[in-house]
Design a protein around this ligand. Structure first.
Ligand code: ADP
Length: 225
């Protein structure tokens, strides 16, 4: 099967740090891929390059065969909004908006009508067991609840791939397990691919495949069962 996301020999530096030193990898449609490695190995930088948020200095990232480097900022933003969902470590919800408004945001930014965006957001909250949180403010949520809302927001636009950077890293074991279970169930239910950055082997073990990064290069890869 052809790759949904493909990195070809990408390099990325920050001042004197070479965060990525020639990384190639492919994400197949619908697969859950874990990117693992110790802190500072380049995992987040790789994720941000795959999601088209950071531009690599050399090499190329392809989304469904399209080189992201060839797209202007507006086109890349539109592509990300329509095709990709992102979940970061702390939810990153907009504090001034309610939960349901946060979940609806990707659709509103993509110029959907407010009522249909609102309905879609409520449907995702319900699916993830968070309907009662709809009118709450992000400040009222526990860490696990905030991540559940972030998962709903990442899925609301029907993305083909979700990029998650340590989505359970700030949660206790029980809440982390719940959020991870919901994320995996949601991507498997929708057929979306998942690229999951984690330094936690138990989290990585829930993915279909693992790629280990060390000092900015791929140090190993394996199929998980
Ligand atoms: P990981 O996600 O595995 O912890 P990162 O991709 O965050 O690794 O970082 C890889 C290397 O790049 C580290 O040495 C880090 O300090 C450096 N780095 C990452 N982002 C930045 C940045 N915005 N500015 C400067 N250095 C950075």
């Amino acid at each position: 099967m052809s790759a949904l996301v493909q990195a070809h020999a990408i390099r990325k530096s920050f001042r004197h740090t070479e965060a990525l030193r020639g990384v190639s990898l492919e994400v197949a449609p619908g697969e859950a891929l874990a990117i693992t490695g110790p802190s500072g190995s380049g995992k987040s930088t790789l994720l941000l390059c795959l999601a088209g948020i950071l531009r690599p200095e050399a090499g190329e990232v392809y989304y469904d065969g399209t080189p992201l480097g060839g797209l202007g900022d507006t086109e890349r933003t539109r592509l990300r909004r329509r095709e990709m969902g992102v979940v970061l470590q702390f939810g990153q919800l907009v504090p001034e908006l309610t939960v349901v408004q946060n979940v609806a945001l990707p659709l509103l930014l993509d110029k959907h009508e407010r009522p249909s965006a609102h309905r879609a957001a409520l449907a995702w909250l319900e699916r993830l067991g968070g309907l009662e949180l709809a009118d709450a403010s992000p400040a009222e949520l526990s860490g696990g609840q905030a991540q559940r809302v972030a998962v709903a927001r990442a899925l609301v636009a029907g993305p083909r791939v979700i990029f998650a950077d340590e989505p359970t890293g700030a949660l206790d074991t029980v809440a982390g397990e719940q959020v991870l279970g919901q994320l995996l169930e949601a991507v498997r239910g929708t057929g979306a691919a998942l690229v999951l950055v984690t330094h936690d082997n138990r989290v990585a073990a829930r993915a279909d495949r693992e790629v280990a990064v060390l000092d900015g290069v791929i140090a190993g890869t394996g199929v998980l069962s």
